[in-house]
Design a protein around this ligand. Structure first.
Ligand code: NAI
Length: 434
């Protein structure tokens, strides 16, 4: 089976390497020459556990290659996946589809023999049919079907998620396309991974509905965290008690600084726009977005309050910048909203992150000091803000760190620590919803 993956980012690279591991011949195409050069030199441009070994093994095995040229590989392909970015379009919150349609028109003229063109990017309902129109217009004689195969992997555990998915969703318009996609995913039959075959529109919407629902769970528990603070309840206990109900489930019920990352913020906004375009309601998702913004603002107020009402001239050690651990992805991380708000009011910020500082430097306003060790962050600091729950921050030597600091404020935005432990170590501790 010959597979072309257009886009060698988080999704394209992981999916391409995993399909190669399944035994397919995979060519990953990216328009960024520096990305392809790095991959051809054995360097992985993103941080994702296990990816380096997986890529190296499949390159050595002759099943995976990287190029900026799509012509020859598309001509030989049985399936062409489009895994390019679909960021929020400036100004209106819509998914920006320019990269998807550019990829579609680039591949159109190279198609030879029956080919299935598969949208793996997260795209609004109707995009697969538009991709079909774009290709048909550029190459009226092409023998092809379009399909939708949304991706559900999580950064940080992407390979495991891809290899052992909760489900594979295939939106198809013909039995021929279904057969080809099933053939590609056949190794997953061994682990009995469920494969849901549906129409194009449903497949496209399943992805947005799933992400919006997960974002809803997060905003729900974040809203509850405020109520817990107001009433003296403990949000961890509330979430635990809720999660024991199998109808609710215990996942995505952790109160924190608000969701971020490359998917939830943009996909919730896009879902609202899709609903508006079709004259349908999206009131729940609109509230989810609003609650998320206010949760980030609430975190700024919480830090200010912990510092006695003003962050001016206070040194704040920030542990963690990425939107979650095990990734270097800073896209829409809560830190990007919270830290500039503190810096604007005169806080001196010293940030540590195991993987995210390079990208943070490009996205954060200047004036933030990035340090290499936790100790360097905490030395002479007035307060610590635990922003991302990297493992490195879960077992801190609290007494030693406390002794390095000038102040004793610890704001735990991920509810990692117990109040008693922190107070015993000499900290004035605040958390989220407890
Ligand atoms: P990314 O930004 O990491 O990668 C996209 C890549 O596509 C870039 O390397 C870019 O240079 C390349 N590209 C763009 N246009 C191209 C073209 N015409 N030809 C060749 N290469 C081209 O994006 P990421 O995070 O991989 O996301 C891709 C899609 O997958 C998005 O729609 C996203 O919503 C979706 N998704 C992302 C997940 C994630 O965790 N990052 C999870 C599930 C879905």
């Amino acid at each position: 089976m010959n597979v072309v993956m257009i886009g060698a980012g988080y999704v394209g690279l992981v999916s391409g390497a995993c399909f190669a591991e399944f035994g397919a011949q995979v060519t990953c195409v990216d328009k960024l020459p520096e990305r392809i050069d790095a991959l051809n030199a054995g360097r992985i441009p993103i941080y994702e556990p296990g990816l380096e070994d997986l890529v190296a093994r499949n390159v050595r095995g002759g099943r995976l290659r990287f190029t900026t040229e799509l012509g020859d590989s598309v001509a030989a392909a049985d399936l062409v996946f489009i895994a390019v970015g679909t960021p929020t379009r400036r100004g209106d919150g819509h998914a920006d589809l320019q990269y998807v349609y550019a990829a579609a028109s680039e591949i159109a003229t190279y198609l030879t023999g029956y080919t299935v063109i598969v949208d793996k990017s997260t795209v609004p309902v109707g995009t697969a049919r538009e991709v079909q129109r774009v290709i048909r217009k550029a190459n009226p004689d092409a023998d092809f079907d379009v399909a939708s195969n949304p991706e559900f992997l999580r950064e940080g555990s992407a390979i495991g998620d891809f290899m052992r998915p909760d489900r594979v969703v295939l939106g198809v318009q013909s039995e021929r396309a279904e057969k080809r996609l099933r053939e590609l995913y056949r190794p997953l039959n061994l682990i009995e991974a469920p494969i849901l075959v549906t129409d194009l529109e449903s497949a496209e919407l399943i992805k947005y509905a799933s992400n919006a629902f997960l974002a809803t769970k997060i905003s729900f528990i974040n809203e509850m965290s405020q109520l817990c603070e107001a009433t003296g309840a403990d949000v961890n206990a509330v979430a635990k008690g809720m999660g024991m109900d199998k109808r609710i489930g215990n996942k995505f019920l952790h109160a924190g600084p608000g969701y971020g990352g490359s998917c939830f913020p943009k996909d919730t906004l896009a879902l609202i726009r899709i609903a508006q375009e079709h004259g349908a309601s999206s009131r729940i998702v609109e509230s989810v977005v609003e609650v998320n913004a206010s949760q980030k603002a609430r975190m700024v107020a919480k830090i200010r309050q912990a510092l006695g009402g003003s962050e001016a001239d206070k040194t704040i050690a920030v542990l963690g910048l990425t939107f979650k651990p095990q990734t270097d992805d800073m896209r829409d991380a809560p830190a990007l909203a919270i830290l500039p708000a503190l810096a604007d009011r005169g806080a001196i910020i010293r940030a540590h992150d195991p993987e995210g500082t390079a990208e943070a430097r490009t996205l954060m306003p200047s004036g933030i000091d990035y340090v290499d060790t936790i100790e360097d962050a905490l030395r002479d600091a007035d307060a610590v803000v635990l922003m991302t729950e990297w493992n490195q921050y879960r077992g801190l030597d609290l007494r030693e760190l406390r002794s390095l600091m000038r102040g004793n404020v610890f704001v735990d935005l991920r509810n990692v620590y117990e109040r008693r432990t922190m107070e015993d170590a000499g900290f004035v501790y605040s958390a989220v919803g407890r």
